[in-house]
Design a protein around this ligand. Structure first.
Ligand code: ADP
Ligand code: MG
Length: 259
């Protein structure tokens, strides 16, 4: 890690609009929340990787984005750091009323109402768990509470987690749609950011329709939501999804070797 920019064969930033994204060379100059800076230090990250250097200012400036960088290049932190930092600044204003755990009866869904500010969708349980672990590190000493839901695990346990409050939700698409379809469990009304990780694996296949449904927000207003897609490669289906559902002026960031 701590990739040297000089050793990267190609960094290209494509953007339809006129604003250019200047990469930040350090976390200190990225305009991050002080608690986030502390948590980055605790994680042992000293310098941003190239994909992080570009995504931090892009998120800061409020762009939707498509980010392409090879496996192991630090894509998870590339979306978590700038988004969670933004949410930390707004945490007091946006904080959801926490349900009183004493009034919650396990398995009784009427008591649950999770309204995440950030939704991260990824293809597998393993990946969801990894993202959850990293999210917990960056949410340390903040009001932001992360939750993780995925298939193949008992639903009541996950309902219990959601019932304690959920500002950041990491989910695989099957379980996510299951929870969205049940009444009074999960609402995307407060959503500010949606990240699709490993976008390549998420589209085209079984989850295409579900993803599109979630991204178009059903009957809710999606104008307050920023959409970010990350992947090591982008196939046609992923590019189509970006072109149809991201803002017209979304950034396309590609870091790595040509080809
Ligand atoms: P990707 O999603 O691009 O495959 P990950 O987000 O899983 O990559 O990151 C790969 C590894 O790099 C992880 O162990 C992560 O903790 C580490 N990492 C990420 N960013 C940095 C950084 N700025 N400095 C040092 N290590 C980092
Ligand atoms: Mg990844």
């Amino acid at each position: 890690m701590g990739l040297d920019f000089k050793n990267i064969a190609e960094i290209s930033v494509y953007q339809e609009g006129v604003v250019r994204i200047q990469p930040v060379l350090s976390f200190a100059e990225a305009g991050l929340h002080p608690v986030m800076l502390d948590n980055i230090k605790l994680a042992g990250y000293r310098v941003p990787t190239p994909i992080q250097a570009y995504t931090m200012p892009a998120v800061h400036q409020g762009y939707d984005l498509v980010a392409c960088a090879q496996t192991g290049s630090g894509k998870t932190a590339a979306f978590l750091i700038p988004i969670l930092s933004k949410l930390m600044g707004k945490a007091k204003k946006l904080a959801a009323p926490r349900p009183n755990p004493a009034t919650f009866i396990p398995g009784v869904s009427q008591a649950v109402r999770a309204e995440p500010l950030l939704l991260i969708v990824c293809p597998t349980r393993e990946l969801a768990t990894q993202i959850f672990d990293e999210t917990r590190r960056f949410c340390y000493r903040t009001m932001l509470r992360p939750c993780c839901i995925y298939g193949g695990s008992p639903i009541p346990e996950q309902l219990n987690q959601l019932a304690k409050g959920c500002d950041v939700l990491i989910a695989t698409p099957g379980r996510l749609c299951d929870f969205i379809d049940r009444p009074h469990i999960l609402s995307l009304n407060r959503l500010r950011y949606m990240v699709i990780d490993e976008a390549d694996e998420m589209v085209g296949a079984d989850w295409d329709q579900e993803l599109k449904k979630i991204m178009s927000g059903g009957d809710q207003n999606t104008s307050q939501i920023k959409y970010l897609m990350f992947s090591a490669t982008f196939n046609k289906a992923a590019r189509d999804l970006a072109n149809h559902h991201l803002a017209m002026d979304h950034c396309k960031i590609r870091v790595g070797r040509a080809g």
